[in-house]
Design a protein around this ligand. Structure first.
Ligand code: SIN
Length: 536
């Protein structure tokens, strides 16, 4: 702990930089927002890791857009709304499917190399889509190709400055109006205060707070924690999407086997070798993700084992290995032949469906604070995200956020420098210990199926952890412990309030959908939770 004198000295050394817009996060939403924001003024893009480390980068499936002659934004809207189980806001989905198509066509015009065959785009199929409408690139490397393409566009803009290995710590504000961001630079080991007219959160999701997750280590919910601490409204956090087909190898990461593989015909088999999904949903293995993940969960529970299987043995080896080169080579590293072996799978936390509550222009309830991409709850995902809609959301609402941010006036009032934050490496082990404990707690009590007892257990323990660290801690690891505990609590609280089963939220003690809960659940620091009507 630094003495007061040392802290004041540190504050003196704080670097203060000024930009029109500061964007936190360098996934597709952050890159799209930066690229557009640069049309209006100076931009800082800050990331706690490298520019090319993001969840978007690892997206395998692709980006959904109604570009086929037999498809239309209306059909895309219908699939999105059905999959969202009554919780999608129609106006937001209309924007997503219409502007999404425009954004994708713009990227194609700029030269984005989506995969083609005989001059035509090859369109993939994923769960919940009644049409082939998933554009992909590099076969199963769409996220990498798309983020690298967008990053190149960003690098061409001279008024964008990138800050790598700089972690956002606190949002600075005066009377509900954003003034900037306090951040820690891991290279110089100094605090930086970024003054700005607008701050756009594009920090991605939080699935890494679960023990089994398909996400990179950076997906720890930083944006939600920052926004909540600043007084922003957080919506629908109970909806965590579990991806049905993550590789299950004990002691190894839950490697994602794209739903696009099932789109090309892969079967899900139980331990008796039965294709049980055929009896559960007309779309069988391509039913919406909540249905497939829950059905797999039940089969695993029934078998007493830890996994079931994905089988591609009946498919054309050459075609499959050509289309899914990355997955094939990863599976080889794990010792599996993609088309010859039964692949052990089990669901894993994949996507935060709720997030920082925004309006249609990606604005939060704090003036000058915006959110886009997975960190945001724009109303398009409902209770269950339609596969491959997320990269589309990044493009659409990244652009909208930057355009609205450009209209923001310079904040009134003097910016008061915050207390500096330091890193004490002695606390790293403590953070890992708590992170590990909470990830197990979340997976065991807030997994695919929940009930009042499991939710209360997770809530109580996270409350205990949260309150054992001072709210004004100025050490990075202690801040992270508190933030993780707060996020887990917010998920558990929202899940306790929603006394029904809907989409990705399944309650053993309330097994039916309840029309009274056709509402968004909002949480805000210092306030009771609120319900907001769905705009359908
Ligand atoms: C996948 O490739 O299965 C993931 C795509 C998505 O989450 O939208």
């Amino acid at each position: 702990m630094l003495t007061l004198h040392a802290r004041l000295q540190e504050a003196d050394k704080m670097q203060v930089l000024e930009f029109d817009t500061v964007i936190i996060g360098s996934g597709l939403a952050g890159l799209a927002a930066s690229y557009n924001a640069a049309n209006f003024g100076s931009v800082a893009i800050i990331t706690k890791s490298q520019l090319d480390t993001s969840n978007s980068y690892y997206a395998q499936g692709g980006i959904a857009a109604a570009i086929d002659k037999t498809d239309s934004p209306e059909l895309h809207l219908r699939d999105t709304m059905v999959t969202g189980r009554g919780l999608c806001d129609r106006d937001a989905v209309e924007i997503l499917v219409n502007e999404g198509r425009e954004r994708v066509l713009e990227l194609i015009d700029l030269g984005m190399p989506f995969d083609k065959e005989n001059g035509e785009f090859v369109l993939g199929l994923e769960g919940g889509h009644n049409k082939r409408r998933i554009l992909h690139s590099g076969g199963d490397a769409t996220g990498k190709e798309l983020t690298c393409f967008q990053l190149e566009l960003v690098k061409q803009k001279e008024n964008i400055q990138a800050f790598e290995y700089v972690a956002a710590l606190r949002l600075l504000q005066n009377e509900n109006c954003i003034q900037g961001v306090q951040a820690y630079d891991f290279k110089s080991k100094k605090n930086i205060v970024f003054k700005a007219k607008a701050v756009i959160l594009a920090t991605g999701g939080l699935s890494r707070i679960f023990e089994r997750s398909t996400n990179p280590h950076t997906a720890t919910g930083d944006g939600v924690a920052l926004a909540y601490a600043a007084g922003a409204q957080i919506a629908d956090l109970e909806f965590i999407q579990f991806h049905p087909s993550a590789l299950y190898v004990p002691g190894k990461n839950a490697y994602l086997i794209s739903e696009a593989v099932r789109g090309e015909g892969a079967w899900i088999l139980n331990h008796e070798g039965e294709r049980f999904m055929k009896d559960i949903h007309p779309l069988a293995e391509l039913a919406p993700r909540d249905v497939v993940a829950y059905s797999i969960f039940r089969q695993i529970q029934k078998s007493g084992k830890k996994n079931i299987f994905l089988s591609l043995k009946h498919l054309d080896e050459q075609q499959i290995k050509q289309r899914f080169k990355n997955i094939d080579s990863h599976l080889k590293e794990y010792g599996f032949d993609m088309t010859k072996d039964l692949l052990p799978i089990s669901p894993a936390a994949h996507y935060m469906v709720g997030g920082v509550h925004t309006n249609l222009n990606a604005e939060t309830n704090i003036s000058g604070l915006f959110a886009c991409g997975e960190v945001a709850s724009t109303g398009v995902m409902g209770a269950n995200r339609l596969a491959s809609n997320s990269l589309l959301e990044c493009l659409v609402f990244g652009k909208r956020a930057s355009e609205k941010a450009a209209t923001q006036k310079k904040p009134a009032g003097e910016l008061i420098l915050p207390e500096p934050v330091h890193v004490d490496t002695a606390n790293e082990q403590l953070f890992l210990k708590y992170q590990n404990e909470m990830s197990v707690l979340m997976s065991e009590n807030l997994g695919i199926v929940r009930n009042k007892t499991t939710l209360q257990k997770a809530l109580d323990r996270c409350h205990e952890i949260e309150t054992s660290f001072a709210p004004d801690a100025n050490e990075y690891n202690l801040l992270k412990i508190r933030n993780t505990a707060t996020l887990c609590k917010l998920i558990a609280q929202s899940a306790l309030v929603r006394e029904e089963s809907r989409g990705g939220h399944i309650r053993e003690d309330f097994q039916k959908e309840n029309p009274d809960f056709k509402v968004h659940i909002l949480q805000q620091k210092g306030c009771n939770y609120q319900f907001e009507n769905v705009r359908d």
